[in-house]
Design a protein. Sequence first.
Lengths: 114, 113
Amino acid sequence: DGGITQSPKYLFRKEGQNVTLSCEQNLNHDAMYWYRQDPGQGLRLIYYSQIVNDFQKGDIAEGYSVSREKKESFPLTVTSAQKNPTAFYLCASSITSGGTGELFFGEGSRLTVL
Amino acid sequence: KQEVTQIPAALSVPEGENLVLNCSFTDSAIYNLQWFRQDPGKGLTSLLLIQSSQREQTSGRLNASLDKSSGRSTLYIAASQPGDSATYLCAGTFSGGYNKLIFGAGTRLAVHP
């Protein structure tokens, strides 16, 4: 089945540690995105990538880093510079050219800082 | 600044009721608007996408409309069921922000038997 796989589903981190969240898609989508969701708030864009080896900062990129070495993979690293990293992280993908712009999401990764 | 707002934040209705969820946006230069469903602790499931050239889209008991001039979209759910209980989010893509969705905070719907 085609879809987006995020791992791990739950992750605990000590303060000062970097952690990497995985996002893999087999939909052959060009664009991939990382969003952060906090309770009672809408999703906020962290980073997005429209093509391999290229990515752009979203609205809340500080303290995060990404890479896009393969079309199907877009890992997100939450660094120790992120002051309030506890949140639900969602990865998404979409077709760029010739598509409707519809986004498809993974099941999310919940990060808790201890 | 482009903003998307959803009111109310929570809604509780009896089973069988027809209901409307509201979404408003500040920028009429909208490229498309998407409605999602989110179950607790889960990712988002795309329900309907309306392009700027369209007025509405339908899928089963769901109907979504888009009025660019008034900056509003509505999601109509017919004959609601307990299984419809979830959070519903709307998100818009605006000119100049290709595929960068701006989300509302969502409406948490509870349908009770």
